[in-house]
Design a protein around this ligand. Structure first.
Ligand SMILES: Cc1cc2nc3c(=O)[nH]c(=O)nc-3n(C[C@H](O)[C@H](O)[C@H](O)COP(=O)(O)O)c2cc1C
Length: 424
């Protein structure tokens, strides 16, 4: 039986000096519980009481660090309807974000707001003129269409940097411990990083240092604007894009990039992998046959870092795999997403030794079901309903029948679990 004491150890971050009460992080999951209006962007993105209830629940689950779902920095560039937004052209919703921070921090978790811009990865139903690094269109996937993006001008890139910094400053005022920049999974920051989506010939394209410029400028501007060294900055990165041969961000580039992030004063790098485009097309080359999909990369990354802490996310289900990952020194922090929608108090039980692994759901192998199930459980928790138990085959068949009437689903961050998914 795994001795979970190691998971209960506090982690102090090198630059902010903030301390997480234990080694477990709830990774970002798009909640889609903010307001949305299709015709009036001014009525979008306000946190609702359902969103706050969701975080009240997770707050009591003994989680060391809670990362929110992706909060968008531009009201007309959303990953999905119902995203929370902080856009200086809207109300800052400061009181709502204060309530959210209060709820999530009630039992001593550190709370990070994940900031993102979808770039070209915005469904055409939300944005017909998206912006990106270059004019490379996202292929349609599972019935979701995307428009051809326009490359951002240098001035517009400056505006994006300012927007990230503004959103971070609102979260700082609201009482968040820090932000996480979403630079994984094919969103705008990742579109700049990847030579597949960035073919620019200016200072923001070409060598890795140029492709990383937007991310590095954003980090510098957040530090300058917030002007408080105790405000944490985390970045979510792909360990690689799993596009062969030699396309997208490679493993060596990710290692170099992580070293740049350490120099930039990033406290925590969360390791994920893959992009929506390739994952949904079922072309990812990763091997997801075991827990902790990206742990081998973390092992190769660790010797290159002196300060920045690492969180590996994707696939953790058993206490023994979590303990093993920490004891082998592969990671400082264990990132967990889907198990916490089925069992918000899983970590309490694991830390107490009352439980050895997360509940196993009875869905067939298609990840689309697993993801839709997590989304639906998020809505249930937010609404104060009982959480559907998908370890019960009857609930699973009922859910699948309902889902099949609703597909194709909207494009969303929910496609990113790090596992191979298949077109339906
Ligand atoms: C419903 C759902 C929503 C997600 N939304 C986000 C998101 O907003 N930002 C993000 O970085 N990752 C998002 N992810 C990916 C998770 O953070 C995590 O990387 C992935 O689920 C693998 O971890 P797991 O195996 O513990 O679920 C989402 C995943 C799910 C299932």
């Amino acid at each position: 039986m795994a001795d979970t004491a190691v998971l209960g150890q506090p982690v102090t971050f090198p630059f902010s000096k903030k301390t997480a009460k234990n080694r477990v992080m709830k990774s970002a999951m798009s909640e889609r519980l903010a307001t949305f209006s299709s015709d009036d962007p001014r009525k979008r993105g306000q946190p609702t009481e359902e969103l706050i209830r969701l975080y009240e629940t997770w707050a009591t689950g003994e989680i060391g660090i809670i990362v929110t779902g992706n909060i968008q920095i531009k009201k007309d560039h959303l990953e999905a309807t119902g995203n929370a937004i902080i856009d200086r052209e809207l109300s800052d919703y400061l009181e709502d974000y204060r309530a959210l921070a209060r709820a999530a921090k009630a039992c001593g978790s550190l709370v990070l707001g994940q900031l993102s811009h979808p770039g070209r990865q915005v469904p055409i139903t939300i944005q017909s003129s998206p912006e990106s690094a270059s004019d490379i269109e996202h292929p349609s996937v599972a019935g979701v269409l995307f428009a051809r993006p326009t490359p951002l001008t240098r001035e517009e890139i400056g505006d994006v940097v300012q927007r990230f910094a503004y959103a971070a400053s609102v979260l700082f005022k609201a009482g968040f411990d820090g932000v996480q920049l979403h630079a994984a999974h094919g969103y705008l920051l990742h579109q700049f990083l990847s030579n597949r989506t960035n073919i620019r010939t200016d200072d923001y394209g070409g060598p890795l240092l140029n492709r990383a410029r937007l991310l590095l400028e954003t980090i510098a501007e957040i530090k300058h604007t917030v002007d408080d060294p105790s405000f944490m900055i985390s970045v979510k990165l792909n360990c690689q894009d799993f596009i062969y041969p030699n396309d997208g961000v490679s493993e060596q580039e990710s290692i170099t990039l992580t070293k740049m992030l350490e120099y930039a004063g990033v406290d925590l790098v969360e390791i994920s992998g893959g992009t929506y485009e390739l994952q949904l097309a079922g072309k990812s080359g990763n091997n997801f046959s075991r827990e902790a999909y990206f742990i081998d990369f973390a092992d190769r990354l660790r010797p290159h870092l002196s300060w920045t802490k690492v969180c590996v996310t994707g696939g953790f289900r058993s206490a023994s795999a979590m303990v093993d990952a920490v004891q082998r020194n592969s990671t400082d922090v264990i990132g967990i997403a889907r198990p916490l929608t089925a069992e918000p108090f899983l970590i309490t039980e694991i830390l107490r030794g009352d439980k050895l692994r997360a509940k196993e759901n009875k869905f067939p192998s298609s990840q689309t079901y697993h993801i839709a199930a997590a989304s639906s459980q998020i809505a249930e928790i937010g609404n104060g309903y009982d959480i559907t138990d998908f370890s019960n085959p009857f609930n699973v068949s009922r859910f699948i029948a309902k889902l099949q009437q609703e597909l194709p689903t909207a494009m969303s961050e929910t496609a990113f679990t790090g596992e191979e998914t298949h077109c339906l």
